[in-house]
Design a protein around this ligand. Structure first.
Ligand SMILES: [Zn+2]
Length: 422
């Protein structure tokens, strides 16, 4: 207990409080199936109000921008700002930590900073709107608007949820005009650095028995639809050597992409997530087989090489099976590398609180990728996910690891503030 008034330290960081508050949020906005904080719903609004009350106690000023992002600012000696970002929205029946960990941990960091007095630069917590895209199928809504990379307003205007409600109307009911969403860009004008803490959502840290890791960047993604076309023919009357079996070629490719990922290494992943055959009856050779291929790597050149290898392999298999093959790009994004200096600071912060750090890429995209694309120096911290599970109520992290994560975020924020002040 502190008796000497003069040398009493300011109220220290209380990472245990973050764990309690995360549980409180889970009680408030979840049910027996998991978290229900889907963006643009009543439960999401309730979660934002809850966050608002927590952050208000630090003296931070709240503001909602044109894209629905919720900002809390502790004004410092200058407008330049250190940003701590996360998202309180979840998928339906989601986990309690995905996104919410960062916003709740950042409130604790704000408390510590506010207690210590004014900082040289401002410190801002941002709760990004609709990271998950669960209701309308458009991820990273708020952060892409703030980053200025949102370019699909025309398409978004036509989007509807599963009940048929139109996106522009639903957003308007939450005070967001789609046409003005890009005005949120001004929020990043003063951003000097961006930090995001997230659960790993994968099994790497757990397999290494490490609580925390530093994220090097997010994978580049190449997503393609590949169509193999052969000839439908009777399953009984067509000899094996006379077939033009579209599924035969697709099946060979399904196995080959695993070899491509293995050969490429350094975290390379290739997934064939869908395969649809026509006519799709047991009495016919497959005439058409449409597959979806997702390839990811942190290195742009190696990602391009993986794509070229898959294309070459598909043509070879098409020849072998006497079918045709056609590729169509569905979506792609380049790899996004985080800031070298912030990666060093994050490494030091993790080593201080956990003894050992590990650097790893992120397979999933995060709001941090959008902020980084916008030119703001960015880094992320990952905390171990149990069994690598996420987007399910089974998502979990040990409480002691959550506490270490809060400490690491706080250390990193301190180091970043020192750097920005210097
Ligand atoms: Zn998330």
């Amino acid at each position: 207990m502190c008796r000497d008034f003069i040398s009493c330290p300011p109220v220290p960081l209380d990472p245990g409080r973050t764990v309690e508050e995360l549980r409180e949020l889970r009680e408030l906005t979840g049910d027996e199936n998991g978290a229900q904080r889907v963006a643009w719903t009543e439960t999401w609004v309730q979660a934002k109000q809850w966050l608002s009350e927590k952050a208000a106690a630090t003296g931070a000023q709240e503001e909602i921008d044109e894209a629905g992002n919720q900002w809390f600012t502790l004004r410092g000696g200058s407008d330049r700002a250190l940003l701590l970002g996360g998202h309180i929205d979840s998928v339906p029946n989601g986990g309690w930590l995905d996104g919410a960990l960062n916003v709740v941990a950042a409130v604790e960091v704000l408390r510590r900073i506010a207690e210590e007095g004014k900082t040289a630069v401002s410190v801002r917590l941002v709760n990004w709107a609709d990271e998950e895209g669960a209701r309308f199928g458009r991820s990273l809504f708020g952060s892409s608007a703030a980053a200025g990379s949102m370019a699909d307003q025309d398409e978004l205007r036509g989007r509807r949820d599963s009940e048929g409600a139109a996106l522009p109307e639903v957003l308007a009911a939450h005070g967001v005009e789609l046409d003005r969403a890009l005005d949120a860009r001004k929020q990043l004008a003063s951003a000097a650095a961006y930090l995001e803490l997230h659960i790993e959502q994968g099994p790497v840290l757990e397999s290494l028995r490490l609580p925390l890791g530093v994220v090097l960047g997010t994978f580049g993604v190449e997503r393609h639809q590949i169509t193999f076309r052969g000839q439908a023919a009777h399953a009984g009357s067509t000899p094996m050597d006379k077939r033009r079996d579209a599924l035969g070629a697709a099946a060979k490719l399904a196995l080959e992409i695993r070899e491509i990922a293995k050969r490429t290494g350094d975290g390379a992943v290739c997934t064939m997530g869908s395969c649809v055959t026509k006519p799709g009856i047991v009495t016919s050779v497959v005439e058409t087989c449409v597959i979806l291929l997702d390839q990811r790597h942190l290195d742009g050149e190696r990602l391009a090489a993986m794509l070229a290898e898959a294309k070459e392999a598909s043509e070879r298999f098409a020849r072998e099976e006497d079918v045709e093959v056609e590729w169509e790009r569905v979506w792609a994004i380049e790899p996004i590398l985080f800031d070298d200096e912030l990666i060093e600071l994050a490494d030091a912060a993790v080593a201080e609180v956990a003894g050992e750090s590990h650097r790893l890429p992120s397979g999933p995209l995060h709001d941090a990728a959008e902020v980084s694309r916008a030119g703001v120096p960015t880094v992320m911290l990952f905390v171990q996910s149990l069994r690598g599970l996420s987007h399910t109520k089974l998502e979990d992290t040990k409480p002691e690891h959550l506490e270490l994560a809060v400490q690491a975020l706080d250390r990193l924020a301190s180091k970043a503030l020192q750097k920005l002040a210097g």
